[in-house]
Design a protein around this ligand. Structure first.
Ligand code: SF4
Length: 284
């Protein structure tokens, strides 16, 4: 069995930066916390925990020390609470995530309603909604929920890890679903907010899937960008989503000659390598 890795797989620059900032904070300060999990990867979270970096989900429980803001970002409301408590903040929020906040605030300043394609419960979207509760985060296109925008200008964005095809579908659907009222043109103002690392990983996963018989997608269960990679390759060939090499079931791979490996943006190189080694072992 031949094992082929996608050209772009694993850590993106935003995640690498967040992990480096957390490691360096753990060297420089006594008490380091992250508000929620720094990234969606159990192996890295364990490593940070061993360095004394604790993930705390309730802001009320943080009373002192240093807080590393994760790559998914946090709301201005929460930042203000931390500043009031005189907590030192290390901001590891990704610039691509910050761009979404900027675009939403520009639309809000012009009183233009905003629709974002994304997962409402995901930390990246929760941070946006905390500051801008009127923002509509949609996972699926629901004509009913969008009818309220009829005849209005609408700002349309996507979570950084979304699939561009789904985004194009949302824009097309909005254009149909938001008819202009008499004498008034509806207008969809779409902004590119899917991050470059997501696009690179999705494109190379697609190319990889086209030249192999099956694809292994490595990444945390809570990782949205891993989920999107899995959905994409599963449309082309049999796909297996695993968090690490221990989840590989040799029997699943007996009939394949070429197996592709790709990984979400929060999957470290060490995990990808162990997966490849295990696949090679079972093929011998
Ligand atoms: S996936 Fe994109 S938005 Fe998320 S941390 Fe990486 S570069 Fe930033």
């Amino acid at each position: 069995m031949q094992i082929i890795r996608a050209d772009h797989a694993g850590f993106c620059f935003g995640v690498r930066r967040a992990v480096e900032l957390a490691r360096s904070a753990s060297r420089d300060f006594q008490k380091v916390t992250t508000l929620g999990e720094l990234i969606h990867n159990p192996e890295i979270l364990e490593e940070l925990n061993s360095r004394g970096v604790r993930a705390i989900s309730a802001i009320s429980k943080i009373r002192e020390g240093v807080v590393v803001v994760r790559a998914h970002g946090i709301s201005q409301k929460k930042l203000a609470v931390l500043r009031k408590k005189k907590i030192k903040i290390v901001d590891a929020s990704c610039p691509f995530v910050q761009k979404i906040h900027r675009e939403v605030s520009l639309f809000a300043a012009q009183k233009i309603p905003v629709v974002i394609l994304g997962r409402r419960g995901h930390p990246e979207m929760r941070a946006v909604v905390e500051d801008f509760p009127a923002v509509e985060v949609v996972q699926k296109i629901s004509p009913k929920s969008l009818q309220k925008f009829a005849g209005q200008k609408i700002g349309v964005l996507a979570q950084t890890t979304e699939n561009p095809e789904n985004f194009a579908q949302l824009i097309a659907a909005l254009e149909k679903l938001v008819p202009a009222k008499a004498g008034n043109h509806s207008k969809i103002i779409a902004r590119e907010t899917i991050c470059g690392a997501t696009l690179e990983r999705q494109n190379s996963a697609r190319l990889l899937a086209e030249k192999v018989d099956a694809v292994v997608v490595v990444g945390g269960r809570k990782s949205n960008n891993t989920k999107k990679l899995f959905e994409l390759v599963a449309k082309i060939h049999p796909a297996f989503w695993i968090e690490n090499e221990t989840e590989i079931r040799p029997g699943d791979f007996t009939k394949f000659k070429k197996v592709g490996v790709t990984a979400g943006a929060s999957t470290p190189e060490s995990t990808i390598r162990k997966v490849e080694e295990k696949l090679l072992k079972i093929s011998n």
